[in-house]
Write a protein that binds this ligand. Structure first.
Ligand code: NAP
Length: 483
C-alpha cells in the first residue's frame, strides 16, 4: 500500500502524485554510471500507483483548462527564475545520474531554462484563425473561427540522455497549453525529473497537474499508454520502444521522437581546419548519446585525408574521466552493457575494409572517442544508431553521391552539409530525406524553439515549443449562422 510522507531523506526518492510524495513497496538502487556507487533509492511504482497518478491528472484537467494564459505563463516564468537560482545544483544532478560531463550538464541546464522561457512566452499566443466561409456558396452569411483547446491528460515518457531538457520539452508546452501530465522518466535518470517537479510546486503549479511516476518502463509505460483517460502520449526514446507504444496507443495522439545515425557531408571547397571543433562537439559531446549525434561523415575525396588527419588528432586530445571534473569531455556510457554493445560493433569492423583511426577501446571503463574510416554501410556501426562516441568517416566523389549515402538509412532526423557552393546546398536541402537540414554546421545543431523531429524510423510529430503546443491542443471549429 502506498502511504503519504512529508519528510524526504537525501537518498530516498518518492513518486509525486497529486502534489504528494508517495511511497512504494519496492525501491531500487540508482548507481552512478561512472563510479558505480549508489546515489539514491528510487521508488518503483506498480500499475495501481500509475493509475492513481493518471486519476490525479484527470481530476486536475479542469483546473488547467480554465486557468488563464497569463497565469500559466506566470508559473512557467517562476520555474525559469527558480531554476536559474538552482542551476548549479541542477547540473550536479545531471552529471551524477547520467555521467554527463559537468560542462555539458551546465549547458543542458542553460537550455532547459530557455525551454521553459519559450514555454512561458508561447502560453500567451495560443490562438486559432478566422475562416473565409463565404468562399463556398454554402458558406454565405456564416462566420467562423478555430480555437485551440487543451487535449487533457498527457503521458510523457522520457529518455536518459537529456534528463532535464527533454522533460522540459514535454512538460513546458503541456502546461503552456493548459494540460495535465503523468511523467515517466528514464529509470537511470529519475532525479532530474523529480527535481523539476519540486520546482514546479514551488512555482505555484496546482497539485495533480504534474505527476511523476518512477518505475519499470514496461509496467508504468504500459499503464500510461493503455489508459483511456490519457489523451496523448509524447515519447522520446529508442525506435523499438516507440513503435511498441504506437501499436498500443490506439486512437491516442502520439508524438514519437526516436533515434538516428545522423550524417554530415563535407564538400570539396571547405577549409576543414575550420570545422573540426564543431565535428568534435557533434560526434563526442555527451559521449555521443545524442539523438542527432554525428555518426557518419561523407567527405569529398579532395579533403578526405586532411579531414581524417585533423579530426583524429583533435579526438585524441579529448580528456576522458570523471563527469564532475570541469575539464572532462568524455565520461562513461550510461551502462556497462552499452559499452559492451559498442565494443562488439567496433570489433565487427576488424573483419572488413574499415580502419580504426582513433580510439576503439576502454580507458578506465570509459569508451575512447572512436573514429572508423572507410566503413562499409552494412556494418552495425554505420547502419544502426551507435549512441556512443563513435563516428565513421567515408570518402565520396560528389555531393550527389554523399546525399545518396546519407539517405541510405532507416532513420531521418537531421543531416548537415558544409559547402560554399549554393547549388550544392540547395540540392542537399531538397534531396535529403530528414526532418531538418543544417547548412554549414553539424547535424547535431539544435536550439529549443525550432521545429524538431524526424521522418522514417526517427519518429512522427514535432517538438520545439510552438510545434509541441500544436500537437498538444485540439482544434475546434465554431461557425455562426448570421441569417
Ligand atoms: P528507451 O530505452 O527507449 O527508453 C525511453 C523511455 O521509455 C524510458 O523512460 C523507458 O523507461 C521507457 N520505456 C521502456 N520500455 C517501455 C515500454 N514498454 N513502454 C513505455 N515506455 C517504456 O531509450 P533511452 O535508452 O532512454 O534513450 C535513448 C534513445 O532515445 C535513443 O534511441 C535516442 O536516439 C533517442 N532519443 C531521441 C530524441 C529525439 O528527440 N528524437 C532525443 C533523445 C533521445 P526505463 O528507463 O524504465 O526502461
Amino acid at each position: 500500500m502506498s502511504k503519504f510522507v512529508n519528510e524526504v531523506n537525501s537518498t530516498k526518492q518518492y513518486l509525486m502524485i497529486n502534489g504528494e510524495k508517495v511511497e512504494t513497496e519496492k525501491y531500487a538502487p540508482l548507481y552512478s554510471p561512472y563510479s558505480g556507487k549508489e546515489i539514491a533509492q528510487i521508488a518503483m511504482a506498480d500499475r495501481e500507483q500509475t493509475l492513481q497518478a493518471i486519476a490525479a491528472a484527470y481530476k486536475a484537467r479542469d483546473i488547467m483548462a480554465t486557468m488563464p494564459a497569463y497565469q500559466r505563463a506566470e508559473i512557467l516564468e517562476n520555474v525559469v527564475t527558480i531554476l536559474k537560482q538552482k542551476a548549479d545544483e541542477a547540473a550536479d544532478i545531471i552529471a551524477r545520474e547520467a555521467a554527463k560531463p559537468i560542462m555539458f550538464a551546465k549547458a543542458e541546464v542553460a537550455r532547459t531554462i530557455e525551454t521553459y522561457k519559450f514555454a512561458a512566452e508561447e502560453a500567451k499566443r495560443i490562438h486559432g484563425e478566422t475562416i473565409p466561409f463565404d468562399a463556398a456558396a454554402g458558406g454565405v452569411n456564416r462566420i467562423g473561427y478555430t480555437l485551440r483547446e487543451p487535449i487533457g491528460v498527457i503521458g510523457a515518457i522520457t529518455p536518459f540522455n537529456f534528463p532535464m531538457n527533454l522533460v522540459a520539452h514535454k512538460v513546458g508546452p503541456a502546461i503552456a497549453a493548459g494540460n495535465t501530465i503523468v511523467l515517466k522518466p528514464a529509470s537511470q535518470t529519475p532525479l532530474s525529473a523529480l527535481f523539476i517537479a519540486e520546482i514546479f510546486e514551488e512555482a505555484g503549479l496546482p497539485a495533480g497537474v504534474l505527476n511523476v511516476v518512477t518505475g519499470p518502463g514496461g509496467i508504468v509505460g504500459d499503464a500510461i499508454v493503455e489508459d483511456d483517460r490519457v489523451s496523448m502520449v509524447t515519447f522520446t526514446g529508442s525506435p523499438g520502444v516507440g513503435i511498441g507504444i504506437r501499436n498500443k496507443a490506439g486512437l491516442k495522439k502520439t508524438t514519437l521522437e526516436l533515434g538516428s545515425n545522423s550524417a554530415l557531408i563535407i564538400d570539396k571547397d571547405i577549409d576543414v581546419g575550420q570545422i573540426i571543433d564543431r565535428c568534435i562537439m557533434g560526434a563526442f559531446s555527451n559521449q555521443g548519446q545524442v539523438c542527432i549525434s554525428l555518426q557518419r561523415v561523407y567527405a569529398h575525396e579532395d579533403v578526405y585525408e586532411e579531414f581524417v588527419a585533423k579530426f583524429t588528432e583533435a579526438a585524441k586530445k579529448l580528456k576522458i574521466g570523471d563527469p564532475l571534473d570541469p575539464d572532462t569531455y568524455i565520461s562513461a556510457l550510461i551502462s556497462k552493457g552499452e559499452a559492451e554493445r559498442v565494443l562488439g560493433w567496433i570489433e565487427e569492423t576488424k573483419g572488413s575494409n574499415a580502419t580504426i583511426a582513433a580510439g576503439g577501446k576502454l580507458q578506465d571503463g570509459v569508451l575512447e572517442p572512436t573514429i572508423v574510416r572507410d566503413a562499409d554501410h552494412s556494418l552495425n556501426i554505420s547502419c544502426q544508431e551507435a549512441f556512443a562516441p563513435v563516428v565513421v568517416v567515408n570518402k565520396v566523389s560528389s555531393v550527389k553521391e554523399a546525399v545518396e549515402q546519407v539517405n541510405d538509412s532507416r532513420f531521418g532526423l537531421q543531416a548537415g552539409i558544409y559547402t560554399n557552393n549554393v547549388k550544392n546546398a540547395l540540392y542537399a536541402s531538397k534531396q535529403l530525406h530528414v526532418g531538418g537540414v543544417i547548412i554549414n554546421d553539424v547535424p547535431t545543431y539544435r536550439v529549443d524553439q525550432m521545429p524538431y523531429g524526424g521522418v522514417k524510423e526517427s519518429g512522427t510529430g514535432r517538438e520545439g515549443i510552438k510545434y509541441a503546443v500544436e500537437e498538444m491542443t485540439e482544434m475546434k471549429l465554431v461557425v455562426w449562422n448570421q441569417s
